[in-house]
Design a protein around this ligand. Sequence first.
Ligand code: LRH
Ligand code: MN
Ligand code: MN
Length: 386
Amino acid sequence: MTERAAVKAALKTQAVETPSWAYGNSGTRFKVFAQQGVPRDPREKLDDAAKVHELTGVAPTVALHIPWDTVDDYAALARHAEDRGLRLGAINSNTFQDDDYRLGSVCHPDASVRRKAVDHLLECVDIMDATGSKDLKLWFADGTNYPGQDDIRARQDRLAEALAEVYERLGDDQRMLLEYKLFEPAFYTTDVPDWGTAYAHCLRLGPKARVVVDTGHHAPGTNIEFIVATLLREGKLGGFDFNSRFYADDDLMVGAADPFQLFRIMYEVVRGGGMSGDVAFMLDQCHNVESKIPAIVRSVMNVQEATAKALSVDRDALRAAQRDGDVLGANSVLMDAFSTDVRPLLREVREEMGLDPDPMAAYARSGWAEKIVAERVGGEQAGWGA
Ligand code: LRH
Ligand code: MN
Ligand code: MN
């Protein structure tokens, strides 16, 4: 296979998971903006996700968030997905929107609240059994606002205990993905604030526990690709929640704010063997001011562009320059790949997959936007502020 053919083959097998909540209405803490035509239930979210997959060819799975996507029959929801050429992806737990969780969930000082939170996580594994989902994605809003508010070490013990109980419940093919976030909603301590804390818990738990890197969950200036390289070296990178940020957890379209950072991350993924299917490439975004389906299509394309550039790095030339201590030469090998216009290559990839080379234009022509506006009245809120 030529280099170009190998790059194309890798791009055809990459899968980007879209989040159910990105299809619903969302907003900031100040206002949820209602858009016309948004899904009224989880099935309609899947209908929109199917459109994204139909146009891009690389978005075959959809992440659910429980209870935002609660249904009576999860197996039936999985069939609804299958009928549309989709599968249900990661099940995201939610232990942050009940009054009981004011002081935390699995780290709460009161054992009865911890029990409620762990029971929810166990219920999420039951849902995985019904949907065939492989990954349980855990993010905890737990933390404290004031020094002395709670015992930092005791909270880690409670966290470890909860995670261990859920880990025991996982099936052989199921994984637990632990997501960290620097701050918010807690502002003094966060119980899983960084990759090191997540990694330490995952290491103790065992091989089925992996770390999730949400690209918006770091301090400004953090070298995320270094974290990615390290986690891959340790066999502990479970996946990404992709989005982009100008300030904090902005949840804007991936690759919009800093395409160079996304390229650097994807280069470490490629370099570290992360394209083998073990690393989940998920989106975690909210489209508050832009149209949702085209924004998700654009996001998938942005991931593909960064991946295509990362795959195009001349690694032999890079290794040679690095070995020779040719600092500028090595840097230009990387920059050459980043500066390459990969859009013609991706158009070819899509044509070879039997797709329209321009998914954005194809969506505009498809009539789907008009159809959902006409048919769906009173669309759902994603969950934020619900
Ligand atoms: C928290 C987070 C986490 C949640 C999602 C809706 O900020 O990134 O992944 O599940 O947002
Ligand atoms: Mn996230
Ligand atoms: Mn987030």
